[in-house]
Design a protein around this ligand. Structure first.
Ligand SMILES: CC(C)(COP(=O)(O)OP(=O)(O)OC[C@H]1O[C@@H](n2cnc3c(N)ncnc32)[C@H](O)[C@@H]1OP(=O)(O)O)[C@@H](O)C(=O)NCCC(=O)NCCS
Length: 190
């Protein structure tokens, strides 16, 4: 049975293990090579997503099989753009509809609880046909192609696609309230 819930710092080691698995099978789909990812990086990404974004995990029979996170800038004028996204499924669980379920849950949660988000950005590389097709099915629209943004492991250069999803529940009033939250966050952090 599959379960989707928010991720916390306690999930960091499981997420790190997932990164390693995904990176060994799909090294060209991720921005980082696995020796560039460490435990503190994973912790920092979870913390960012908890503070100004969302991290969702998917479990099947108790085992972590999926991870999606994204977060906004800490600066108010960019706080409506959810970016810095990462999505990955355990290689043994792909092609069974789990990724679709997880992304659907993510977009539902944005519509329900993160109404200050006007747009979510995804930035897949051009060879990631499966990812791109999934994002198109979920309503993400190709907005720009950024040429030569990645050097694949075989030495060829690839493009990065900017794909946008517009949140139909976006509310400007909620965004203005969110600015207040960001101010308190900055006060706490300094
Ligand atoms: C891209 C990724 C997240 C997709 O996740 P997924 O769980 O495989 O997604 P789904 O199973 O929902 O959909 C994938 C395909 O399986 C098909 N599918 C869905 N349910 C199915 C089922 N029950 N039986 C057979 N096929 C099925 C979908 O139609 C889809 O087909 P398509 O690629 O021809 O469009 C996953 O492949 C992954 O983690 N890749 C490595 C990391 C990565 O690329 N991350 C994204 C970086 S931008």
């Amino acid at each position: 049975m599959s379960v989707i819930r928010k991720g916390t710092l306690e999930d960091a080691s499981n997420i790190f293990e997932l990164y390693k698995k995904v990176s060994s099978i799909y090294p060209d789909n991720l921005a980082q090579q696995i020796d560039e990812v460490n435990f503190s990086y994973i912790q920092a990404e979870i913390k960012n997503a908890q503070l100004h974004g969302l991290v969702l995990l998917m479990f099947n029979d108790g085992k972590l099989i999926g991870f999606v996170k994204a977060y906004t800038s800490e600066f108010r004028r960019k706080a409506h753009v959810l970016t810095n996204a990462t999505m990955m499924m355990d290689p043994t669980a792909v092609g069974q509809g789990f990724g679709t379920q997880l992304l659907e849950a993510y977009l539902d949660e944005l519509q329900k609880s993160l109404r200050h988000i006007r747009v979510m950005e995804l930035l897949p590389y051009d060879l990631n046909v499966k990812g791109i097709r999934l994002y198109e099915r979920m309503g993400f629209v190709l907005t720009a192609t950024l040429p030569n943004k990645i050097r694949y492991l075989n030495g060829t250069f690839g493009d990065q696609l900017l794909m946008n999803w517009i949140n139909p529940s976006f509310c400007d009033q909620v965004l203005l309230q969110y600015y207040q939250y960001l101010k308190t966050l900055n006060n706490v952090e300094t």
